[in-house]
Design a protein around this ligand. Structure first.
Ligand code: HEC
Ligand code: HEC
Length: 447
């Protein structure tokens, strides 16, 4: 199955907010021109910053009109919310312990993934509790469509008749669709920020930005804790859609696609192996080519897929031999509980900025890209390198009960048997890693 490239699938309201954000913060002439011409969505603005894709409908004008606001007012409100969202993101006083901010687990210098190499981060009121998952990057989430069990390409560049299977949603299991709903999870989780809506509201009221908060959300906002909490979620969601910060498309690979940089021989070989359907076949899930309308690739099709990542025995939840993190079928996600076909599947992450991460896969089991790429190449040819061996027998797929093995992906590079040649040899693994290193934002051409 070759999955169709997933694109913007957010609700109309989210799309408009994203668009307004993208336009407020657009700096390049092409992006601004796209806003003025009425770009259909934030992706189009980002794409326009890199191409001259034509745009048609004036969504900003429509959004502003519907809200009874002028375009300037919409822009101003997005600007205020973005500034507040940023302050909230770095504010540890929002947590029960007073020690944990969003930025503690999502460090801006590390592509908004953790600064340390722990598989799972410490949190809770005593700062000693852990969850079961690695903290992902927060970059390039603007392109994640809402979760769908059967995803069909929604715009004119894909084949709508193709069912790409379960796709989209935020978090590793796709259980929420919007940044605001997502932010509620860490703020209230007992093993993360461990607060309550009232606790968060009290912290905001006492914060140096309380005045700015009232200016953005109205004089009466602090009269209700629930309203204050909702406003916090909205501001965080708006901040997460700041194009320059969260989806700048400034990697070496972007410069290469734009004809402004050359890849080294190793990087080029890595790209080739990444794309080759018989070798890495990585691009079948981690899309590496521009879309037909010229938008830069997201390095994910956002599909939920089971690849049989080994059990991370260092996690405290895994001390219980009967416990399994089954992704979309639970236990964190509850709406697909008991639906066997959703067990063991996790959302394909973007690989942009992946070289800034220090723990990989949903359970953070690996700590170098070399280990990750070797897992892809040798999972089926040398399973003893990745799974425990008990009495001479490899316990393959030890983190997924056997009744769900039918869900496991078997496309290349996962199409081999023990003893066969791995899809990538040692030198090729190094080349793929070299290519992955070109996906880090902030590339500056050496002159
Ligand atoms: C203790 C560490 C920790 C803190 C603090 C934290 N997060 Fe996260 N974040 C995570 C983990 C772990 C996940 C993955 C959760 C899952 O899959 O169930 C995640 C996932 C996310 C995602 C979804 C990413 C994706 O790929 O879909 C977003 C967005 C996010 N966090 C935003 C925030 C915001 C906003 C805050 C502050 C209100 C925050 N996080 C605080 C650890 C943390
Ligand atoms: C069939 C779809 C598919 C293919 C093919 C695929 N991946 Fe992935 N990739 C995923 C999924 C799904 C995950 C998350 C799995 C998990 O954590 O359970 C992932 C995770 C990763 C991660 C970890 C990212 C992070 O933030 O933790 C890296 C690195 C990666 N893939 C690189 C590659 C490379 C390199 C190739 C080719 C050799 C490749 N992938 C092929 C679907 C795929």
């Amino acid at each position: 199955m070759v999955r169709a490239a997933a694109r913007q699938g957010a609700t109309t309201a989210t799309k408009r907010m994203r668009l307004a954000t993208a336009c407020v913060l657009a700096t390049t002439a092409m992006a601004l021109a796209a806003c003025d011409a009425g770009a259909p969505d934030a992706g189009a603005v980002a794409a326009a910053a890199h191409s001259s894709a034509p745009v048609a409908v004036s969504a900003v004008q429509v959004a502003a009109h519907e809200a009874g606001q002028s375009r300037a007012q919409v822009y101003e409100s997005v600007r205020q919310m973005t500034a507040l969202g940023k302050q909230l993101f770095f504010d540890a006083s929002l947590s029960g312990s007073g020690k944990l901010a969003c930025a503690s687990c999502h460090s801006p210098e590390h592509g908004f993934s953790p600064a340390n190499a722990l598989s799972v981060q410490l949190g809770g009121n005593d700062m000693h509790r852990t969850g079961m998952r690695a903290a992902p990057t927060l970059k390039y989430l603007q392109a994640v469509p809402a979760f769908a069990e059967h995803y069909h390409e929604s715009d004119d560049e894909g084949d709508e008749s193709v069912d790409a299977g379960p796709t989209g949603g935020l978090t590793w299991d796709g259980r929420v669709d919007r940044g605001g709903e997502q932010a509620r999870i860490p703020l209230l989780s007992p093993f993360e920020m461990g607060s309550t809506p009232a606790g968060v509201a009290a912290a905001v009221k006492a914060a140096p930005y309380a005045g700015a908060f009232r200016a953005a959300f109205g004089e009466h906002i602090f009269e209700s804790d629930d309203a204050t909490f909702s406003a916090v979620l909205q501001a965080l969601e708006t901040f997460e859609q700041t194009p320059e910060v969260f989806y700048p498309y400034t990697s070496k690979y972007d410069a290469y696609l734009a004809g402004k940089a050359q890849l080294t021989q190793a990087e080029l070989r890595g790209l080739q192996l990444f794309n080759d359907e018989k070798k890495g076949n990585c691009a079948s899930c981690h899309i590496s080519q521009r879309t037909m309308d010229g938008a830069p690739p997201q390095f994910s099709d956002f599909g939920l897929i089971a690849i049989g990542v080994p059990r991370n025995r260092a996690l405290s939840v895994n001390r219980d031999p009967h416990f399994y993190d089954l992704g979309a079928c639970g236990p964190e996600r509850t709406d697909l509980k008991g639906r066997a076909e959703f067990c063991g599947i996790f959302r394909t992450p973007t690989l942009r900025n992946v070289a800034l991460k220090k723990s990989f896969f949903h359970n953070g089991i690996y700590h170098s890209l070399d280990q990750v790429v070797r897992f892809y190449a040798e999972r089926d040819t040398n399973p003893d390198k990745f799974y425990p061996v008990v009495k001479g027998k490899v316990q393959k797929f030890d983190d997924l009960p056997q009744r769900y093995w039918a869900n496991l992906n078997t496309e290349p590079p996962f199409d081999r048997k023990p003893g066969e040649k791995p899809a990538l040899d040692e030198a090729e693994i190094k080349d793929v890693v070299a290519f992955l290193n070109t996906l880090t934002d902030g590339y500056k051409a050496a002159n």
